[in-house]
Design a protein around this ligand. Structure first.
Ligand code: UDP
Ligand code: MG
Length: 334
């Protein structure tokens, strides 16, 4: 637990920003973000999580930190992905309320004023709700629509409409998220799962300030599978019902064959139906094995208990620099 001195030294507002090859965006972001934070809070800290960038992102962050020590950074040893970068940001941010946002100015910093106002009204989980998805490609929009429809059907946690990572979390919610040890992290689901008094704030997603989206179809597919599988066991259980239905159908067929043979005698043709049913059942079995494999792979990743991420360097995170160099999620203080 925090000491009284720690509580007093805690910044009011913290901002967590995952960055992956965003060198060109950092200066512009800081220029727009800092005035907003100065307006809404007496004290603040910004924690950039450099997710193994290979461009000049770290140099840009070093410049930012030298100019303003409230801008800090944690740099990963390699690219671990945005979801894990967010988890690391929450680990390294001790503010009373933490805002999570993208670095590309698609999340307008000015909306933070409304977030903070809602937080002061007593909401612990204030989420930005995008009013449209026009900044995304048609393919990605279709993909997203399908995914959310499936999640609504299978998922065990309902997700609020249009909610993403752009949000404000009270420290209580941050501590709850820190306590979640899972490696396959679907943040959107976790934010909804923790509950707390929540409210949505509509905002317009802007165009990316510079550069291109860091998510390709491969990354998005992994992300969607992680999301569905961390929040639903239905894909595992559905095979019981498929099995029962196929067995009943096979029994009915067997009965009808027996009757047919008794009435009309032996009927040799049937090659087509035989091949079709063998192929169909083979397909169903491979599919169900594949689903099992997806879950077992995730269980394997969880039981290995590897650290969620490795930190290569910390900027302006002085107080935490003497912590264990390998953060282990399961024994971390909460
Ligand atoms: N990002 C990251 N690691 C990754 C991919 C992305 O930290 O592996 C960051 C990225 O730098 C940005 C945010 O996550 O700040 C959102 O990424 P992006 O804008 O590419 O995604 P989109 O807006 O297309 O969803
Ligand atoms: Mg973006």
């Amino acid at each position: 637990m925090m000491t009284e001195a720690g509580v007093k030294g805690r910044p009011q507002i913290g901002v967590v920003i995952p960055v992956f090859n965003e060198a060109d965006n950092i200066e512009g972001l800081v220029r727009r973000l800092v005035p907003v934070l100065e307006r809404v809070a007496d004290s603040f800290e910004v924690v950039f999580i450099d997710d193994g960038s290979r461009d000049g992102t770290m140099e840009a962050l070093r410049r930012a930190n030298a100019a303003d020590p409230r801008l800090t950074a944690v740099s990963f040893s390699r690219n671990f992905g945005k979801e894990i970068a967010i988890a690391a940001g929450l680990d390294h941010c001790e503010a009373d309320a933490v805002v999570i946002m993208d670095a590309d100015l698609q999340h307008p910093p000015e909306v933070i004023e409304t977030f903070v106002a809602k937080w002061r009204e007593g909401y612990l989980n204030v989420y930005g709700q995008r009013t449209h998805r026009e900044t995304e490609s048609a393919v990605r929009r279709m993909f997203a629509r399908r995914f959310y429809r499936m999640f609504a059907l299978f998922g065990e946690t309902p997700l609020p409409e249009g909610a993403g990572d752009f949000r404000l979390l009270d420290r209580q919610a941050v501590l709850a998220l820190r306590a979640m040890g899972e490696r396959a992290r679907f943040s959107k689901g976790l934010y909804a799962w923790i509950g707390f008094k929540s409210v949505g704030v509509p905002f317009e997603v802007a165009e990316r300030a510079s550069g291109v989206s860091k998510f390709d179809i491969g990354k998005l597919t992994r992300f969607a599978l992680d999301g569905l599988m961390s929040f639903s066991t239905l894909p595992l259980q559905v095979w019981t019902y498929v099995g029962v239905a196929v067995s009943i159908f096979a029994l009915a067929m067997a009965l009808s064959f027996v009757l047919q043979t008794l009435v009309y005698g032996v009927d040799v043709p049937g090659y087509a139906s035989l091949i079709v049913s063998v192929m169909f059942l083979g397909g169903v079995q491979l599919l169900s094995l594949g689903v099992l494999g997806e879950y077992i792979g995730r269980i394997f990743a969880e039981v290995k208990r590897r650290p969620l991420y490795l930190v290569a360097e910390r900027l302006g995170q002085g107080a935490k620099a003497d912590e264990a160099p390998l953060p282990m999620r399961h024994d971390r203080r909460v």
